[in-house]
Design a protein around this ligand. Structure first.
Ligand code: MN
Length: 132
């Protein structure tokens, strides 16, 4: 099963993302701050990480950098999830080692397909395959 780690301090956003991903068949791990997210990335080896940028303590930028430094998790896709809407944020996010960027508020209808664009096809949840 494909494992996705969500690092997000806002419980409402976290619950929505977790619900949507579980509904499509993903295993979801959650952390409420960067410190736990970094530890879980190294220990649990997720297939993809969703990282809020504004976190208590260690920022999402710093957390992503530390995950990249850990030899066990250097290749994992890390997607920034942020309410930042300023011009240049996307460029900064990509320049600082993130693989992509998703804007909050989350759009439930498209969220999972946005995430799956960053997963190799073999790691995506099987969908639209009703059994007769
Ligand atoms: Mn936050």
């Amino acid at each position: 099963m494909t494992r996705i780690l969500i690092v997000e301090d806002n419980q409402t956003n976290l619950a929505l993302m977790e619900y949507l991903l579980r509904a499509f068949g993903y295993e979801v791990l959650t952390a409420h701050d960067g410190e736990h997210g970094i530890a879980m990335a190294a220990r649990d080896l997720p297939d993809l990480i969703l990282m809020d940028l504004q976190l208590p303590g260690i920022s999402g930028f710093e957390s992503a950098a530390r995950i990249r430094e850990a030899s066990s998790a250097t290749q994992v896709p890390i997607i920034a999830v942020t309410a930042f809407a300023m011009v240049g944020d996307r460029e900064r996010v990509l320049a600082e080692g993130f693989d992509g960027y998703i804007s909050k508020p989350i759009t439930p209808e498209t969220f999972v397909s946005e995430i799956e664009a960053y997963l190799p096809p073999g790691r995506r949840a099987v969908r639209g395959d009703p059994r007769p």
